[in-house]
Design a protein around this ligand. Sequence first.
Ligand SMILES: [Zn+2]
Length: 474
Amino acid sequence: MMKPIVLLSILLLATAITAQPSKTNVVAFVNVNVIPMDRERVLRNQTVIVRDGTIAVIGDSKRNKPPAGAQVVDGTGKFLIPGLMDMHVHLFSDDEFPDSLAEDEFKVMIAYGVTTIRLMIGTPEQLVLREKSAKGQILAPTIFAASPHLTGKKQPNGIVVTTEAEGRAAVAKSKQEGYDFIKVTTFLAPEVYEAIVDEARKQNIRVVGHADSRSVGLQRALKAAQQIEHLDSYLEALLPENAPVKGSVSDIYVYTPKNWESIDYLDEKKIPELARLTVSANPFVTPTLHLFKFTFGKGRTEESFKAQPDIRFYPQKTVDAWTRASKRYLSTAAPIEKREKYIRVRNEIVKAIYDAGGKIMAGSDTPEWLMLYGHTLHLELIDLRDAGLSNYATLEAATKNPAAFLGLLGQAGPIEKGKRGDLVLLDANPLDDIANTQRRAGVMIKGKYFAQAEMNRWLDEIAPRFQHALDGHK
Ligand SMILES: [Zn+2]
């Protein structure tokens, strides 16, 4: 006799099967070199079959033929890597750009191989987009959304918290609303920060973001096991007690000319110990090297903005605003020798954290400062490599490490059977040169494959829409 519970599950199963779309979607990559990213290796001449969004087969092409009816992608001479993850992203549509732009924003990311993102300043709209993406109602990367940022001063999309009670309430509310992380930025009083961290622990939600060097500081952030963005507070932590300057130039303090004098006093011998402390507190670090190197280290001129390949995506008003901001910064910026040392020390910190066992994560912080999502993630990878990481370690920063941090290892990250079909097909081996992540033949997201030529046409259509997105706005 069948127990009622078993009968019920059979009935449910039957319903589930009949509810499935009748046509299965099968894509087979043949003769492809797979870089699974579980460890440093290349599996040559493989067949990878993705069935209804899930990787079903990885095996030698001689023995694994594509099933009848499958969409076949010839991978001869090409390399298949996991879909890329960008751990620090914002949307134009978070602010003055219309919400309707969001789907175009996601298509731009996909066209550049980005299949998972972490939005770093939450908005209610992002939670809707996250759900639509998860349900397959829109073509978009898998989305994680941090909360609106908790800050000590009024700022866009921020929650101002100036007391411990406000800090706790903001954490509880963000958790209840469904955000994935608590995002902290600047000007938080130490006791408010500590209340946030304590409440987040109780609510079982992780704290991520900035560590304001003037109020929170590195020691406190590490004690809280916060996941730190931008290497905030590290330069300050390298200053000796007796240095004539107290502040340094992490984060927003790049705008304080006086603080640049600190660059001469940074004690680089402290770096290995700081790296060890970091790894034992929280090994996951998103340095956002490119943004800081490019914008505040090297410095950007009107000509360099105009020469950017992604310039066609921005409204003139946005270009003008960032050009002005850069001019303002450069008008009081430190001499280039100091800025070069700033770049070098930030690189050393990243390398030391990596050497100490840290899990570096690639984050672009786009579209801040006129940097296009997707496009800029590849520049971040080059800068991580130039900081001293191997090509493999660099690729881990955009695949395996974010997957581990996000708790996605069972579903995404390293290429394995049973995982989501988030893949990027490259014309050349990124383990020879990480810049090869820019030589894309196509991208698969959630089992749907798009050839690069097709996605380049999306970009051609989307660029003018971006450029005119603010038409009619003042
Ligand atoms: Zn950001």
